[in-house]
Design a binder for this molecule. Sequence first.
Ligand SMILES: [Zn+2]
Length: 268
Amino acid sequence: MNRKKLLWRSGGLLCGLAGLVCLGCVSRERAGVARDKPIRVLFVYGGGHHAPITPYMRMLDAMPGIQWTPALLPQSAGMLKPGLEQEYDVLLMVQMMGQRWEQAEFTAEQRQAFAALLNKGIGVVALHQAIATEPGWVESPRIVGGVWRDAPYEVDGRTYPKSGCLHDTDLRIRAWDPAHPIVQGVPEFVINDELYLDIYKADDNVPVLVTDHPQAKGRKEIAWTRSYGASRVFFFQLGHVPEKTWARPECRRIVQQALRWAAGKSAG
Ligand SMILES: [Zn+2]
């Protein structure tokens, strides 16, 4: 083989290799554009209150771009610790307590580990009774930004009266800030659901949805965002009858957009 032929051949080989590398880049880019990485959701549920979980599962199954795994409390409480943020983007929580209202299901170590996980950074979307956190868990109002409790309780040294609820009531719901990514494309709507009364709401919650119901005294937000540690947190109060609430396209859209927001996929 003469030198010229050798150069031509090695040049051809280099071009071929370069071409393969370039094709690889293009196909990887195209794959990235075609399918955004799915949001990895850990669906944390439990307790006898609002037990039917099928409506939540149906809702999650119908959401594009969501990959979800169930985690039953209290058995799974030990999972909620630093390191979980590597495996999941968001915790969808419909419970922050176990089967019994008055009995702690998160041990003191599990409560600490959960706070440490949030300090590391993982999204939290908390629904309805997730605001009814365990008595004595001083950090939980700071995480969820609220408290519902059926007995007087204390937050940061101040005592609050017991909470109440108004069942089977029509609530007109509208976005507080229509530009917020969680409520984009969600029109004003009326839904028959439960209204929590006399709940604690943290001053640094950012309202997302409000109701004009006359018994929603004081600040009327029924959904808000906040941050805890390095985590984005969203709380949405609706959902007393899961098969009704989570079949509503408005509510599904709010949860889907909240999962994206909490995962850091949208601004706001
Ligand atoms: Zn309820």
